[in-house]
Write a protein that binds this ligand. Structure first.
Ligand SMILES: [Fe+2]
Ligand SMILES: [Fe+2]
Length: 161
């Protein structure tokens, strides 16, 4: 049985994952409206991935005898100055999520809830990948400049899932 304190932070994490999902979906449609179908497709795939993180966490909470409490999802921003700005924003969102995950692991260790610790450690690894993924896109966008946008758009449009 998972403690009520950990249930609260896991439910907050589910909310943060769903907020990320909404944010990336909004970004996807923002870029699609400008004709950047490839970037839009990539962000839509990532939006789905964030939703999947949320449901995986909710399944875990249920398996541990906790109660899933879906919370209100705050509105997400809907305008950015450039493609690079979109991805810089997503990178800062991922960094914020990483800090939240670290805190859950810390709480779990303090409570000696090793099942929760183990489960969320997989998300510590996941966040290393995600920060590298988004950071890599930002780096490439900055290095390549405006002229390379169509090429990157086409490349990112080939993302499978
Ligand atoms: Fe996530
Ligand atoms: Fe993420």
């Amino acid at each position: 049985m998972i403690s009520s304190k950990l249930q609260k932070v896991v439910n907050d994490q589910i909310t943060a994952e769903l907020w990320s999902s909404q944010l990336y979906l909004q970004m996807s449609y923002f870029l699609k409206a400008q004709g950047w179908d490839g970037f839009a497709h990539w962000l839509r795939c990532h939006s789905d991935e964030e939703r999947e993180h949320a449901t995986r966490m909710a399944d875990f909470l249920t398996d541990r005898g906790g109660k899933v409490k879906l919370q209100m999802i705050n509105l997400v921003p809907e305008g950015w100055g450039s493609v690079t700005e979109v991805f810089e924003h997503s990178l800062s969102q991922e960094k914020m999520v990483s800090k939240m995950i670290d805190k859950i692991v810390l709480h779990a260790i303090e409570e000696q809830d090793f099942a929760t610790e183990n489960f969320f450690r997989t998300f510590v690894d996941e966040q290393v990948e995600e920060e590298a993924l988004f950071g890599g896109v930002v780096d490439r966008l900055k290095a390549a400049g405006e002229n390379a946008l169509p090429f990157m758009n086409a490349q990112m449009g080939r993302r499978k899932e």
